[in-house]
Write a protein that binds this ligand. Structure first.
Ligand SMILES: C[S@@+](CC[C@H](N)C(=O)[O-])C[C@H]1O[C@@H](n2cnc3c(N)ncnc32)[C@H](O)[C@@H]1O
Length: 398
């Protein structure tokens, strides 16, 4: 809603939120013909969307009491009308966070599904180049102003592009984990039990040792296999891989300091180990070209988003992995908020299936004293706040 909303708009927002809160399906249907499912009441002390209001009103499902059909229909109606699944209220909670906190399993599942649908749609739109609608609109608007000389038009857009570039660069300088190339140029610090980047992000921590060992175990069930790990970090997973008697152990790493550490620790001289220096985006096409075949591939990089992981498995794993081979990846996206973790886990499973992989999940409890612990002292933010790590093992669909 605009900053200076009219009294009429505020009244409509209040009525929509109230109908959502009362789970009044009929009233809400009528009101949504006039107003948006994402209205906010600017006069409310606790900013809340209709979806937040509808879910708060479900109360706690303390004794197995689930939200009734009406409440479910209201949530579905709001989502069907474009309510944003991961909108935050002032308490920094999404509607799904509230459902989880209240033990409303059915509503939580609906919110996860909505998140998955939204993320899949978003990534499809990006793939089709439909994600930058604003830019196209702005261009069209410019062209319609005939009196504007072409040179000036050019100047305006160049200035705008420079301003955007500067804002992005400033943001990246402040946090190098926002950009893979900026991270790879940044100064790292190896400290006991932790690897930090220049912006104090924890790149890797030793509480993940059990998870890394399990990844190595699940991917390399017998001796004599050909394994590849992408992202050396603290060398935890590579140390674990070394215990499984591989015929080949490939390590792909791009950060100069990590490569120096590999040199200092004698990894280049270990039998059967091959270090591939550079970004996987540059290294893997060459391995594909050479016809390299692997039985186990593990992916755990840093400062890369889900799009990179998807490119990794749908472009390269499918070409490098042997028919009986196994692929594993560090499943850490969204691990600072349960609903985001659940949504990304599901999205990944669906994209992996589309690329030709089956996924088996193994749940691992993370150390119970990790949340709020001293381990995070000196880091920019805790990247892990949830209780269970869902470890994926992928094989080709038979
Ligand atoms: C989270 S750490 C890996 C931790 C590792 N699994 C372990 O057990 O210690 C990520 C590593 O990926 C490397 N990396 C980041 N982007 C990369 C890229 N595009 N290509 C290759 N390596 C990359 C980083 O330099 C870092 O060493």
């Amino acid at each position: 809603m605009a900053e200076h909303a009219s009294e009429e708009d505020i009244l409509l927002a209040k009525r929509i939120i109230s109908a959502a809160e009362r789970h009044d399906l009929q009233a809400l249907k009528v009101l949504l013909c006039e107003g948006s499912a994402n209205v906010q009441d600017p006069t409310a002390t606790v900013a809340t969307s209709p979806l937040h209001a509808a879910i708060v009103a479900c109360g706690k499902a303390d004794h197995g009491e689930e939200a009734d059909e009406n409440a479910v229909s209201v949530v579905e109606l709001l989502l069907g009308n474009g309510a944003i699944w991961n909108d935050l209220n002032k308490e920094d909670e999404t509607p799904g966070c509230i459902a989880l906190r209240q033990g409303q399993k059915k509503i939580y599942a609906i919110m996860v599904e909505a998140g998955v649908r939204a993320e899949l749609l978003f990534s499809k739109m990006e793939e089709l180049g439909l994600g930058d609608g604003d830019e196209h609109e702005a261009e069209e608007e410019d062209e319609s102003r005939e009196e504007q000389p072409a040179a000036k038009k050019q100047k305006v857009s160049e200035d705008a592009v420079k301003a955007i570039q500067k804002a992005v660069e400033d943001q990246i300088l402040d946090d190098v984990s926002q950009d893979n190339r900026a991270y790879l140029k940044s100064q790292l610090r190896y400290k006991p039990g932790i690897l930090l980047d220049e912006s104090d992000n924890a790149v890797m921590m030793d509480w993940e040792t059990q998870i890394m060992q399990r990844h190595a175990e699940t991917l390399i069930p017998k001796a004599g296999l050909r394994a590849m790990n992408v992202g050396h970090g603290m060398g935890i997973v590579d140390t674990a891989i070394q215990t499984h008697d591989c015929a080949e152990h490939h390590i792909v790493e791009a950060h100069p300091q990590v490569l120096q550490r590999l040199r200092d620790q004698g990894w280049y001289d270990k039998p059967n180990v091959t270090i591939h220096e550079g970004r996987w985006q540059d290294v893997l096409p060459k391995l594909v070209e050479k016809g390299v075949v692997l039985d186990a591939i593990y992916y755990d990089t840093f400062a890369e988003d889900y799009k990179a992981l998807k490119e990794f498995f749908s472009e390269y794993v499918i070409q490098l992995l042997s028919p009986e081979g196994m692929f594993g990846w560090y499943n850490g996206l969204g691990a600072d908020r349960q609903i985001c973790y659940d949504v990304y886990t599901k999205v990944a499973e669906m994209d992996l299936y589309e690329a030709g992989f089956d996924t088996k999940w193994e749940d691992i409890n993370v150390p119970s004293d990790l949340r709020g612990s001293k381990a995070w002292e000196g880091t920019r933010r805790p990247y892990w706040t949830i209780d269970i790590y869902r470890l994926p093992v992928n094989t080709f669909v038979k």
